[in-house]
Design a binder for this molecule. Sequence first.
Ligand code: PHB
Length: 400
Amino acid sequence: MTFTRRNLFALAATASFAATLAGLGLPVHAAMAADDTVKIGMIQPMTGPFASTGVEAVAGAKQYIADHGDTVAGKKIELVVKDDTGSPNETKRIAQELVVNEGADVLMGFGLTPLAFATAPIASQAKVPMVVTAAATSSITEKSPYIVRTSFTLPQASSAMGEWAAANGIKSVVTLVSDYAPGKDAQDWFVKTFEDKGGKVVEQLTVPLKNPDFSPFLQRVADNKPDAVFVFVPAGVGAQFMKQFRERGLGDAGIKLIGTGDVVDDQIVNDMGDVALGVVSAHHYTAALPSDMNQKFVKDFKAANGGMRPNFMAVGAYDGMALVYHALEKTGGDASGEALIEAMKGLSWESPRGPVSIDPDTRDMVQNIYIDRTEKKDGELYNVPIDTVENVKDPAKAAK
Ligand code: PHB
């Protein structure tokens, strides 16, 4: 007999539960969250090449608890953080341990697409909500009916960039993306929207995800002499990209840099130097959003984290927590998987990024996409919003 989390709970309700486990030689702990506690198992890369994502996300989740308290609908919220180092096998193993041995009611995190893909079957088997606060390949939410996402999709950001580029005098582009699923989404949706509006993509380049050396690819960009290069690299990697972009002198050669906001994320943009000035990017969050709510969020987050600026990974996790809190309010504290997932569909709230809602059909966020220009503001580099596309659904799913 295999024990899913669900039938463990059903068994727990019977007097024979302990006897059954003991009879099977299983430890009786099955340490399930106490009834008055909702346990959120957050799995993130806290070490390794993508640690910047985990550090921002955990700080974002903690900021939400600091702002809203650790009790909701009579339940105490317990956040447990685990480091998967960015390895899919680890993410899956930890997720399994969290639901089977630690009684997690919700799984949260998933800093990269392969980590979310690896864990989707666990969410389905255990019927536990899996809140994706980072990974952004469109198809992720299709991998389990228990997945809900509070980050974004690459098609959301890339299509906004494609339209903006075509409408703003850019005629020829080379695309340069990391060679894995979100890179393909970014490339496909930029190319489609830019070419639909009359632009021409002259070459499509993919660079390795791990330890990328951008130099040979930047040389190809330079050889093509396009008006602009469109870039997607995951959070954190933009620092290395910008260094090599400067060294190759592409900006000096008059090639504009455009992309999704990942390449100039708020944790690293201020250290990029003048080479980043004038970069135009499309994203669902920038620390420069002027709303009172965002400015308070940025101030409090920096104060709690030694001056680190919140980036979109922090906001994804902040809203991951908001999603769980609002869902618990709706269920009156019922944290069973089915009840929570149903409650999450269609929820809407005000986030530091602006108004958001969960599309009940796709379980993705409907949100504003901002077109940002990197500029100096109060002596620091920020991605300053210059245009807004409101209430954007994931276009990849709308197209199906
Ligand atoms: C992803 O792997 O889905 C991913 C990671 C980091 C990003 C965007 C997408 O900045």
